[in-house]
Design a protein around this ligand. Sequence first.
Ligand SMILES: Cc1cc2nc3c(=O)[nH]c(=O)nc-3n(C[C@H](O)[C@H](O)[C@H](O)COP(=O)(O)O)c2cc1C
Length: 319
Amino acid sequence: MAPDLRTRLGNVELPNPILTASGCASSGRELAQFVDVSKIGAIVTKSVMLAPRAGRPTPRMAETSSGMLNSIGLQGPGIDAFLQRDLPWLLSRGARAVVSIAGSTVDEYAELAARLSDAAGVAALEVNISCPNVEHRGQVFACDPVDAGAVIEAVRARTRYDVPVFAKLSPDVTDIVAIARACVAAGADGLSMINTLLGMVIDTDAVRPALAGMTGGLSGPAIRPVAVRCVWQVKQALPDVPIIGMGGVMTGRDALELMLAGASMVSVGTAVFHDPSACARILRELDDELARRGVERLSEVIGLAHEMRAAGRSMGTVK
Ligand SMILES: Cc1cc2nc3c(=O)[nH]c(=O)nc-3n(C[C@H](O)[C@H](O)[C@H](O)COP(=O)(O)O)c2cc1C
């Protein structure tokens, strides 16, 4: 029997736990040439802001040996175009839409939440708090528990009660559990982790930074152990809070690793750039990994590595 991969995102049942990662599949249109977007657990959209934005200057992508660095910035059409064009398109295709929002002030986040609350068909909000807070000397919201909590509290207050709010955390902090706790105390229904890590590449021929913006976000396989560590620590501290895990997931086995650490859903980002059908492939591979282990339901493996460790047990090698 095929394992039961269904999972819940608040009131919405997802057919499976594999999602796109914000910023890596835009609003799903480009992916639709390669995969049936209604078969993906949910499409997490590129972070939308109030106003249209052009993003940062180019070059804004650089390859690294085990991942990539991007400084796209929050390029996008703004909330009006998103509501008129992108959200209806996703819904017309039968996709479940998790809308990622980003702002420069707490009020901007709150306004976005209110606009999206009035729209039908939003399965959840993912709040990208890895943005500079213009009211706090550009300090990134996600790096300060008070600022992070203030955003989440304002978003939760303006979001319809039946739409779950997930706070997306940055790994670039000393204590991710402290930020996670602040977000949950402020009303987050779940946590997404991890966003990219701040990095830099210098072009040794040109002898200058490879990115016009100098620094960028590192993603891909290089960051997977960081993601596993973050999910593990937060699951340990807040065992009942649902987690969307992400960071360097390239295969079904990678997705399983994040689930064993405590994620109940997994987003796929960088993998999509070289394999646009990665979500469908990773889903098939996850299904296979679970079937080979005799797992009947996804819920059996979520956080299982914690239980095994506590019991001092381990499983045999899987053929
Ligand atoms: C090109 C690019 C653009 C991204 N844009 C966003 C974004 O708009 N909002 C956001 O929350 N995360 C954004 N991310 C971060 C991803 O959603 C994800 O958290 C991160 O890349 C780790 O997953 P991965 O290693 O599978 O890519 C972006 C990542 C990449 C590579």
